[in-house]
Design a binder for this molecule. Structure first.
Ligand code: ATP
Length: 556
């Protein structure tokens, strides 16, 4: 592994050209920590400033205004504030879930008269809180929360409660934050975006950029051992449409498994999911397969899938269950063996291939990976050759796969983006939607959360409900979703349980119809649940815009 030194030296941070003086903006403080708590850095951003910007961002639907607000905040921020500021703005805690319930947060604490908490101080206090364990932990945590709330103004208390309960989550924030950073530092937005993809972390890039200026972006290169966000696909309604849009292309089988990125450096192999989780230990077959390939250092992109003894793919649920199981991996591997099947190569022997056209990357892939470990494909010269693409789709479906991915031969690898040069074609239309609420079931489903309220993302970072469904759920799914949705609940009126919009569900549907009862003016026809997509973040769910674009005849 050759990890990149992503964190800039503190000296470099201090060397950044300073922003206007504090007094003019009121956004910084020289104060010490509350209640004799952890040491506090002077001259760092006040929580009140962050809470104010967070509120302003949530209140505006104009993307350009959000970007301007963020740029202003970043100009004021010290580089060392950024690893806290960015997750807080998105409504995430760097410490992950702290599990502080309403019982503690609901206690009213008299607010402080004026703002004095800094974001780094809050972060230090929450780290301390997360570390409390053993007998008396609950009381100690309640005491620490009380102390923190007592140091916060009323507005800060509201912000902290939202943060701790997950209610201030702003899904689409990372993309606007990239633009805000570009505006604040004068770096090109594309260069910032690329660095974020290669680092796999927005705060790491922001810290380097604010500390050292745009030159710091050059440091973020593809590094074996450091996963990058994978390239994603758009949908096309038919192979003919995809080939017409892309021209010369590769039509590849679309395997319904789990996306993996495999990094090998000598004997060390690491396997990552599309959300960059390290799942190496769960997939010994993938490590073994990577070690057999004739290359010492490479990064491959592909899908892990389980084939039944007759060579047909096992269901997604079986593959996903196997990939998800952490206990007794050897037994799981005997029962449901998986194989990696690769379709792209991002780097080999120290060369970064991301910007090469797909034809050249594929030539490298073919050199490195023997045929049975590569996805099947056919190359199509353009629309005049569409019959070949259609035959390939029909064969692929006959072999039990879900469809094809059509890829432009000349396109680079757009890490972390839903590039227009990959188009997936599946006979059954599905959408990835966010569960907004669920209704308590009746009869056999009494005590279970059943009828789901389904939402697509809107341009302003919110959700528009597209309809409801209680179809397609197995008993196991009903039990699982009841438990999971109760964890996410923010309100229960005895009929409808409203939840934080965090759970992504894949839904099949027969079409779209106009309906003035729904906020986007349309609703889904015969929606049914296919599966939950725990590998997807809510920010990756489908948008109203893309849904309407796919059904131009129905769009209001
Ligand atoms: N040959 C292939 N090329 C690219 N992706 C493939 C291929 N075969 C299977 N896949 C899978 O298909 C996905 C492409 O669709 P997309 O990028 O939209 O992801 P997704 O939302 O997970 O898609 P879906 O839900 O349709 O599987 C990839 O993420 C990958 O997991």
């Amino acid at each position: 592994m050759r990890p990149l030194p992503l964190r800039p030296e503190q000296t470099a941070v201090r060397g950044r050209p300073r922003a206007p003086p504090l007094s003019a903006r009121g956004g910084r403080t020289e104060r010490a920590g509350v209640g004799g708590g952890p040491a506090v850095h002077s001259d760092c951003m006040l929580l009140s400033r962050l809470a104010q910007v967070s509120r302003e961002i949530a209140a505006t639907s104009a993307r350009s205004r959000k970007i301007a607000l963020l740029a202003e905040l970043f100009r004021e921020a010290d580089a060392a504030d950024v690893p806290v500021v960015i997750p807080y703005l998105a409504g995430r805690l760097p410490q992950g879930r702290l599990g502080i319930g309403w019982k503690v947060l609901g206690r009213r604490v008299a607010p402080a008269a004026g703002p004095r908490l800094t974001v780094r101080e809050v972060d230090a206090r929450l780290t301390e809180l997360g570390g409390v364990s053993g007998p008396g932990a609950q009381a100690e945590r309640a005491r620490l929360v009380g102390e923190l709330m007592g140091a916060a103004t009323e507005e800060e208390q509201r912000f902290l409660i939202g943060l701790l309960t997950g209610e201030v989550r702003q899904g689409a924030l990372d993309a606007v934050a990239v633009e805000g950073l570009a505006q604040a530092t004068g770096a090109p937005a594309d260069a910032v975006r690329r660095a974020v993809m290669l680092a796999g972390s927005l705060p790491a890039v922001a810290e380097a950029l604010l500390g050292e200026g745009p030159g710091a972006l050059d440091r973020f290169r593809l590094t074996v051992g450091r996963p990058v966000l994978p390239m994603l696909a758009h949908s096309a309604s038919s192979v003919a449409e995809a080939v017409t849009r892309l021209g010369a292309c590769s039509v590849e089988e679309k395997l319904d498994g789990i996306r993996v990125q495999v990094h090998r450096d000598g004997d060390t192999v690491r396997v990552h999911t599309r959300t960059l989780d390290d799942i190496t230990d769960r997939l010994p077959e993938v490590t073994a397969a990577a070690r057999e390939l004739p290359g010492e250092r490479f990064v491959l992109d592909g899908e892990v899938i389980s084939f039944a003894p007759d060579g047909r793919p096992r269901s997604f649920q079986e593959t996903a269950g196997r990939v998800g199981s952490r206990v007794d991996v050897a037994k799981a591997a005997r029962e449901v063996p998986v194989s990696p099947v690769f379709f792209d190569v991002l780097g080999v022997d120290g060369r970064d291939l991301l910007d090469l056209p797909f034809t050249e990357r594929h030539a490298e892939l073919a050199r490195l990976v023997p045929e049975p470990r590569r996805v099947r494909r056919t190359v199509v010269s353009g629309p005049q050759d569409v019959a070949r693409a259609e035959r390939f789709l029909a064969e692929t479906l006959r072999r039990g796969h879900e469809g094809v991915v059509v890829k432009a031969l000349g396109a680079p690898y757009s890490a972390g983006r839903r590039g227009a040069s990959w188009l997936k074609v599946k006979p059954v239309h599905t959408l990835d939607l966010v569960v907004l609420a669920a209704e308590w079931g009746h009869g056999r489903r009494t005590g279970r959360l059943s009828n789901l309220h389904l939402g697509a993302r809107t341009a302003d970072g919110g959700h528009a409900m597209l309809g409801k469904t209680f179809k397609g759920m197995t008993d196991a799914m009903l039990a699982w979703q009841t438990e999971r949705l109760r964890e996410l609940a923010v309100d229960d009126d005895g009929h409808v349980v409203t939840v934080r919009p965090e759970l992504v569900v894949e839904v099949a549907y027969d079409g779209l119809q106009r309906s003035p009862r729904y906020p986007a003016g349309v609703t889904l026809r015969f929606a049914r649940v296919v599966r939950y997509r725990e590998d997807k973040r809510p920010e990756e769910a489908d948008t109203v815009e893309s849904l309407l674009a796919a059904h131009p005849d129905v769009a209001p």
